[in-house]
Design a protein around this ligand. Structure first.
Ligand code: SF4
Length: 430
């Protein structure tokens, strides 16, 4: 047995790359119908937290974007507040940390999500995990990844709790407790997972293999999945909010994800990174091998709309040429098109189809293609080019109109407005 020197995290590996201390039959607890805070407290009640007494516990919610409670984009503050309270009562020293997507100020994201006040009321530190230098760690047996640059807090805390939102995801099927740990990768190194070359001998998408690789070393000790308001369709940020009022808890993030998948109307076996990670022994996704409490948890299954397979249906007359882009440019472009599709077409009245390129993998591009993001810079001659990594909506509007224009939602989700009422209806106070 070898230690990879990740104190407290479950990274004790056998020579054949299998974690050794997974329970044979993981337990998962589901609570539904009482609001974010009460659901979470109830779901954590049967969980043995005695190991955390006198130890440091890092809570890793999904607050990678600037969006309010109830948007389905960020973890509900009531869930995070309940986890803080439960682990504190168990004797732990607790902090909340996040490394957001490129271009997002994590302090703004904490504030918008209601975490700043929830943490302040409890005297719980909020950590910008990008503010210090990264630490590089190997990924033994990795197929798409061999090293990761992780935020130092991941190594300094004794335990990590992954607290994602239940979301569909346009590139990875779903994003839950396993994938949420990607937010422990330092700054721009997250982007690298979206820009990997094909994996030799595999027909899987490199991002799926990379998340399965990551799950061997960046594995949370507990998963608390927030299904208060999830996201269906075009997750992780451009879908529709989907109230469910459920919370799922387990020590095995794969088992928690498998149960959450079922609640969302899908199967973990259909999610490549979960299937690949489970096949390598990083967790259990076979529901027959998981003890789920209560027995009638399937009564709460409420299928989420899956991500659309073909975005050109959503945006007629617009063709997106995407070669090796990352999710930051993809989400920027999606959100931009959802708001400004018609305005974009109006700027090019003579074209039947407006072509837009993102990503670094284009050998050539058709004349007149709108090039978005620094990755397309080498094709800029004679074309409209929008710099940025990723650019924001104002830059795209300015580039296509030829005059300075502002997009009031720069850096924010389109859902950042008008959702507070729904938020309050669906979430109890932290
Ligand atoms: S330009 Fe866009 S696709 Fe390229 S690294 Fe930056 S965000 Fe990703």
């Amino acid at each position: 047995m070898t230690s990879l020197d990740f104190p407290g995290m479950l990274v004790w590996m056998s020579a054949n790359d299998l974690p050794l201390d997974l329970p044979v039959r993981p337990s998962v607890y589901v609570v539904h119908g009482n609001g974010a805070y009460a659901n979470t407290r109830q779901a954590l009640r049967p969980v043995d937290l005695s190991a955390v007494r006198g130890r440091r516990v890092l809570l890793k919610p999904n607050v990678g974007r600037v969006a309010p409670r109830g948007s389905g984009i960020v973890t509900d503050a009531g869930v995070v507040a309940a986890v803080i309270d439960a682990f504190r009562e168990a004797g732990a020293e607790v902090a909340v940390g996040e490394s957001p997507i490129v271009g997002v100020d994590v302090r703004e994201a904490f504030e918008a999500a209601g975490l700043t006040s929830a943490a302040a009321e409890r005297g719980c530190p909020l950590i910008d995990m990008d503010r210090r230098d990264s630490v590089e760690r190997p990924v033994p047996g990795g197929r798409a990844l061999h090293r990761l640059r992780v935020c130092p807090e991941v190594l300094e805390f004794d335990f990590v709790v992954s607290i994602p939102v239940m979301k569909m995801h346009m590139h990875t099927g779903v994003t839950l407790a396993v994938k949420n740990m990607k937010g422990c990768l330092w700054r721009r190194s997250k982007v690298e997972l979206h820009m990997l070359p094909p994996v030799e001998g595999s027909d899987q998408k490199p991002i799926d293999v990379a998340i399965a690789d990551m799950s061997s070393v960046l594995r949370a000790d507990w998963a608390v999945i927030d299904g208060t308001v999830g996201m269906e369709g075009l997750g992780p940020s451009a879908g529709e909010a989907r109230p469910l009022d459920a919370v799922v808890v387990s020590r095995d993030p794969f088992a928690a994800d498998a149960v959450a998948c079922r609640l969302m109307g899908t199967e973990a076996e259909l999610v490549p990174h979960l299937r690949l990670g489970a096949a390598r022994g990083h967790g259990v996704i076979d529901l027959e091998q998981i003890d789920v409490t209560p027995d009638h948890w399937r009564d709460w299954i409420s299928p989420f709309a899956p991500p659309p397979k073909d975005l050109t249906i959503a945006f007629p007359n617009i063709r997106v040429l995407d070669e090796r882009s990352c999710s930051a440019c993809q989400s920027t472009l999606l959100l931009f098109l959802m708001r400004y599709q018609q305005r974009l077409l109006d700027y090019f009245p003579s074209r039947q189809v407006v072509q837009i390129a993102i990503g670094s993998g284009h050998a050539e591009l058709p004349e007149g293609t709108l090039c978005i993001g620094n990755c397309t810079a080498r094709h800029r001659d004679g074309r409209i080019f929008v710099p940025g990594c990723p650019p924001v909506g104002s830059q795209i509007l300015t580039a296509i109109s030829g005059e300075p224009m502002a997009d009031t939602l720069d850096g924010c989700s389109k859902r950042a407005e008008g959702k507070e009422a729904q938020t309050r209806a669906n979430s109890d106070k932290p």
